[in-house]
Design a binder for this molecule. Structure first.
Ligand code: C2E
Ligand code: CA
Ligand code: CA
Length: 886
């Protein structure tokens, strides 16, 4: 079988093609020569057989003619002989007696037309009835020279004066009784011969007749009168035969000029020849016609054969061209081609396959199984041996017409993987069933794709997988093992901005790299995956440790890893993170939901300053109830469902009211009074915060204006959200409202919570500066809950620090809270700020704050937040009390 495939392996085509060409052309030539030979031969046979037929024919005719003539002549000769004998024996000399002798002889002669005796130039003759007819012979007598001879001679055939018939004179000579020479003769009716020839049926192209030994034409058909008595022409072939007493057929010109075949039958008894001739043209022309016809046929068949041969040649040329083309495809194609037998082994391989497999020559692959050229397992985990057999089986059984797949081979030289796109089809070659395996090398493409894939799915800074990877990983976990629970931990470093801001981004990056390395290393030991989502945010996915205790352990572990001291820019820092945890399938069945839940939990952890929070649906803003609330809030803003309450701010040194804080109230149609802590975060998480703040500002300024018009001038602190600072129109809107209500900017104080300020410090700084430029006072609300660095605080254009009420309310009972309040007061004063304490619920706290030097206090101890009407009453009452006291 292998030898057949040499076609693909070696370029032996040229000599083989030459050999085929030579064989082909000599074959065609041979057929043509044979055809011409056979046709020539049959034509020759035709000629000779038709000429033989003519010869036979004329020979038979000539012989019968000769026999007939001889028998006629013999009869007349006998009569002449009797006459001569009688005349001699009786010595008769008288004319009367002679005539009687003649008449007597005639009585027994049925042939001769006349019998006659010529002597002394006179002729005595009787006709065939015995009547004297001498008169007729007068002219005739002189024609015959008188000489003696027993051998008969023939005179010229001629007519008698009384008759139209032609007569052949035959004579013998003798001496009469007186010694005179006399002739005895007979006239034979030549038309008897003519009659015979007519009866024999002389064809048009034939002639027949009689000549004597001197070459004179005694008789001839056709046209006897035209020829008789004439000598044979000098070039007549008969002339040479006159003395030859043998039958023969000769060819030559006839007296009428046409080339003729003559049958010459010399008479044994008389010096004459019977001759039958037939023009050669009579059979040559039909033969020529036949020959021309068969030659034409031959020519046509030769042409047809030639044409067929030419077509065949073209076809062969085409086929061999196809062959060359296929071979060229096989050898020159830039894909590897393996021809595999039904036994699964390589039968032939092209040059490119050899290169791809790293062997010296493609022949080195012959006899190998594809699985022997492959790694034990394919990248998809199948056994190469099983998979390749399955493919071969499918093709051989006809279950599949072709197989297209990706296949990994191993190079023979360096055992490196060779990734191919394989295309396999059944293929028949010279009665062999083969499998043609075309291999397109995609190793480089795969490597490139893997690289791209790595780049796309990994973070360039830390080398950790990125968000894209994380999303896909979660998707795959869910798709592959939907029943397997897992947890997603979202981790956000605390106060990482500070690192960036104090040490610069370069060191921030270095810190992140180190953190990534440490966390990655440790998490591997915990069988958990980590990804960096951006900034200082990372995510951890784990299928283990799913109960709360285990999660707590993992989060504490992360805290410990982060907490290990780290040197950045020459400074030792310790990091901490807030972690939100969501778990599959309880909190979502897709990456988006799980990450969102973890994110919410993480923010809760941050806000509540816990290390980690497990997500709880009840804490989630994004529930249907929240959505309904959102719609309701929007309507409340538009339709007047909101109110402002006001809580007084009291100067501790003299207990004077120095201003009010505006606090928002929502009078919900179903739920009654809804506290701001329930709807402000919701508004902040949407665009609703902007119209809401606008409404608050407008209402607070309107109120302030009204009070001042009534001579109750005061200051107003208004809470704004960090989101408002992000609104580029906020400052101009504020300006417009101040103008509208004719309120001096100095009477306005805007409170921003510390935590929200830290989310985007640069932006906050810019906006605060713009607000400050209007003349508005700025205050940091809930101070102490965030992690503002001193450096950052110093840069902010803020005039008031508001200590968060969690510290204030506990300061009388909790020492550390008291310390925080004390240091905050000191810090604020250090920076030239006013310090406000909120959440003052009792006199002790107020006094303690006063002792600590706190400037202003606010809390239930002084007053709960009140409606505008209540404020009027409250202020009046206080004035009265003061008067009382006074
Ligand atoms: P905040 O700015 O810290 O406001 C002070 C909160 O403490 C008010 O709660 C007030 O009623 C409460 N409070 C005052 N004195 C005491 C006290 O002695 N003891 C205790 N336990 N609490 C006291 P409220 O009115 O429920 O407001 C909650 C938060 O809602 C505010 O905290 C503020 O951050 C936000 N908020 C209120 N109104 C607005 C507003 O118009 N705009 C924005 N953006 N936020 C607002
Ligand atoms: Ca406030
Ligand atoms: Ca506060």
């Amino acid at each position: 079988m292998t030898s057949n495939l040499d076609f693909f392996a070696h370029a032996r085509g040229a000599t083989r093609r030459q050999r085929i060409g030579v064989t082909f052309y000599s074959g065609v030539l041979l057929v043509l020569v044979l055809l011409i030979g056979i046709s020539g031969w049959s034509s020759y046979r035709d000629y000779s057989s038709s000429s033989a037929l003519v010869r036979q024919n004329i020979s038979a005719l000539a012989r019968s003619l000769e026999g007939y003539i001889s028998s006629l002549l013999l009869q007349s000769y006998a009569s002449m002989y009797v006459v001569a004998d009688d005349l001699n024996a009786t010595g008769v000399t008288s004319d009367q007696d002679t005539l009687e002798v003649l008449a007597k002889a005639m009585r027994y002669d049925p042939i001769s037309a006349y019998l006659f005796v010529v002597r002394d130039d006179r002729a005595l003759a009787v006709d065939n009835r015995g009547h004297p007819a001498s008169e007729e012979f007068k002219a005739l007598a002189g024609q015959f020279p008188l000489e003696v001879g027993e051998r008969p001679i023939f005179g010229r055939v001629q007519r008698l004066p009384s008759s139209n018939n032609l007569y052949l004179p035959m004579l013998i000579g003798q001496r009469d009784a007186k010694g005179r020479i006399q002739r005895v003769g007979a006239l034979i009716d030549a038309d008897r011969i003519g009659e015979l020839l007519r009866r024999l049926g002389l064809a048009a192209e034939m002639n027949a007749g009689m000549i004597d030994n001197d070459g004179m034409i005694l008789y001839r058909m056709p046209e006897p009168s035209g020829y008789v008595g004439l000598p044979l022409p000098a070039d007549s072939p008969l002339r040479k035969r006159l003395e030859i007493p043998r039958f023969a057929v000769v060819e030559g010109p006839s007296i009428d000029g046409s080339n003729t075949l003559f049958a010459d039958a010399p008479s044994a008894s008389f010096p004459i020849h019977a001759v039958v001739g037939q023009t050669t043209a009579s059979f040559l022309i039909p033969w020529l016609k036949r020959t021309a016809f068969s030659a034409a046929l031959l020519l046509i068949s030769a042409l047809a054969i030639g044409l067929a041969a030419w077509q065949l040649r073209l076809l062969i040329g085409e086929i061999s061209q196809n062959g060359r083309f296929y071979r060229q495809l096989f050898t020159d194609i830039n894909d590897g081609v393996l021809l595999i037998g039904v036994d699964g082994r390589v039968q032939a391989a092209n040059q490119r396959a050899g290169q791809m497999f790293g062997v010296a020559a493609p022949e080195a692959l012959i006899g190998m199984l594809p699985s022997e050229l492959s790694p034990k397992f394919q990248p998809d985990g199948r056994l190469s041996l099983i998979a390749s057999r399955a493919n071969l089986g499918n093709l051989l059984s006809g279950a599949q017409r072709q197989v297209d797949c990706e296949w990994q081979f191993l190079r023979r030289d360096n055992q490196q993987p060779l990734d191919c796109e394989a295309h396999a089809t059944l293929f028949r070659w010279q009665n062999n069933t083969l499998l043609m395996l075309v291999l397109h090398d995609i190793t480089e493409r795969k490597r490139y794709l893997a690289e791209q894939e790595y780049l796309a799915s990994h973070d360039s800074l830390t080398g950790l997988p990125n968000r894209y990877w994380l999303v896909r990983d979660i998707e795959q976990r869910i798709a592959n093992r939907p029943e397997q629970r897992f947890a997603v931990l979202l981790l956000d470093m605390n106060r990482f901005k500070e690192v960036n801001d104090t040490l610069g981004h370069q060191h921030g990056d270095a810190v992140l790299q180190e953190v990534g390395k440490r966390l990655g290393g440790w998490l591997r030991t915990q069988d958990a995956d980590i990804a960096r989502l951006g900034g200082d945010e990372m995510a951890i996915v784990t299928s283990h440790l799913l109960d709360e205790v285990a999660i707590t352990g993992l989060c504490q572990g992360v805290g410990q890893v982060l907490g290990q001291p780290l040197l950045a820019g020459g400074i030792q820092i310790e990091l901490a993170a807030s972690i939100g945890v969501a778990s599959y399938p309880e909190h979502g069945d897709n990456p988006g939901d799980l990450l969102r839940c973890a994110d919410i939990a993480m923010y809760q952890a941050k806000n509540s300053r816990r290390d980690f929070v497990l997500y709880q649906r009840s804490d989630d803003n994004y529930t249907p109830e929240r959505l309904a609330m959102h719609t309701g809030l929007g309507r409340a803003i538009r339709e007047g469902g909101l109110h402002l309450h006001f809580q007084p701010k009291v100067r501790l040194s003299d207990r004077q009211v120095v201003g009010f804080e505006a606090l928002l109230r929502w009078d919900h149609p179903e739920r009654g009074m809804v506290p701001p802590s329930e709807f402000i975060p919701l508004a902040e998480s949407t665009e609703l915060i902007h119209p809401l703040t606008h409404w608050v500002l407008n209402e607070a300024l309107r109120q302030l204006r009204q009070w001042s018009e009534r001579g109750l001038g005061t200051c107003m602190a208004i809470n704004i959200s960090a989101n408002n600072l992000r609104n580029p129109h906020f400052v101009s809107e504020l300006q417009a409202l101040l103008n509208e209500h004719q309120v001096a900017a100095e009477l306005i104080e805007l409170e921003v919570t510390e935590g929200t300020l830290l989310e985007d410090p640069e932006m906050a700084l810019r906006s605060l500066q713009a607000i400050r430029d209007l003349g508005v006072t700025l205050s940091i609300d809930d101070f102490g809950t965030g992690y503002s660095s001193l450096a950052y605080l110093k840069r902010l254009p803020v005039q008031v620090l508001k200590i968060d009420r969690t510290f204030v309310s506990a300061m009388t009972s909790n020492f550390s809270d008291a310390m925080i309040v004390q240091s905050t007061v000191a810090l604020g004063h250090n920076f030239g700020m006013q310090v406000v304490a909120e959440g003052v619920e009792d006199a002790a706290t107020a006094e303690a704050l006063e002792r600590l030097g706190c400037d202003i206090a606010q809390g239930y101890y002084f007053s709960r937040p009140m409606s505008a009407d209540q404020v009027t009453t409250w202020r009046l009452q206080r004035q009265l009390e003061a008067l009382d006291i006074g």
